[in-house]
Design a protein around this ligand. Sequence first.
Ligand code: PLP
Length: 395
Amino acid sequence: MVKISERMKKISESPTLATSAKVNVMKAQGKDILNLTVGEPDFDTHASILNAAVEAIQSNKANHYTPTAGILPLRQAIVDYHQKYDGVSFAVNQVIVTEGAKNALFALFQVILNPGDEVIVPAPYWVSYTEQIKLAGGVNVLVETAPEKGFKLTVEDLEKHRNEKTVALLLNSPSNPTGMIYTPEELKAIGEWAVAHDILIIADEIYYRLTYNGNKAISIASLSEEIKNQTIIINGISKTYAMTGWRIGYAIGNAEIISKMIELSSHSTSNPAGPSQYGALAALTGPQDFVEDMRAAFEARLNFFYPLVASIPGFKVTKPQGAFYLFPNVKEAAEMCGFEEVKDFTLALIEEANVALVSGDGFGYPDYARISYTVREELLAEAVDRIKKFIETHK
Ligand code: PLP
């Protein structure tokens, strides 16, 4: 009989990827499924990036091992990027390029956590944080946030959960799944709290440039030198540049932590794929107008889609400020249709209405569902029609 480690028994597969896989199987069977589970832009990667990567392959400069931390021009471009967008200065040895932001987080938790160390994770949370923390032997301290408070934590909440085992705090603004953004004042208060208690801030800023309707995200590291020194920023090119498949992310911050992450990666991944690094370099240093075009398209979709979702019977939704998800409480709709649990409701929506949402349990909020607006407006409208019809026939 095969043996599986105790470590792996404690974690479960990413529910977003699992739902997406189910949808793909149904699509392959010829079903017309509207897939609103996907956490990636439906835009093409820009031609300037494609050309740079092809050139790097054809000239053979991208086809061998690179330094584990990434090619120097890319690390420099990441440093320049933070200077340009936030006015924050880092040195090149404070950057590690990784296979997506996901692997930056994975390496980070391995480097900072000892068994039993606690990480404060605001809920609802992105599905991989909790599993990665468990894999590193850490303990998730989940802190619930309320929709009336914009799904945001305060220092008061944090203080209630702090003890001598607290090592880090995870902040994801704009948030997946809620799309909410912390204001500079809120971030400053949290940053000062973290500095006062020597708690590492892990700032996942992957949706940082996807903000709408006048809302802006700022980097917590830009608020003071002390806060910057207490923060590791996680970011990447997946969402901003529609490059999810290229698998390039990074961590930037404390040089000692970064150098340990490089040591770890030297034994696990060696380096992120060479061609992808050249693509990422072109993304960060090349034309940026298409980023704004994509952002504006998401903003238009949000403004179109939000009122439609709010009009679905039994759906209660707060309007997000960034990212590309809505996160309604759908418990009432599920109950109206005779389902005790939202996950059975979302399963029935896939199978009978052929609309796929992700149930909120993987995000720590089982009464909710995550809906991505990463498809065109007419498909969003069609999805809402199908959900309304489903509810109408089941109630
Ligand atoms: N962080 C958050 C909040 C995310 O939503 C995602 C992707 O869904 C990631 C990190 C990882 O992104 P990637 O590994 O594609 O860079």
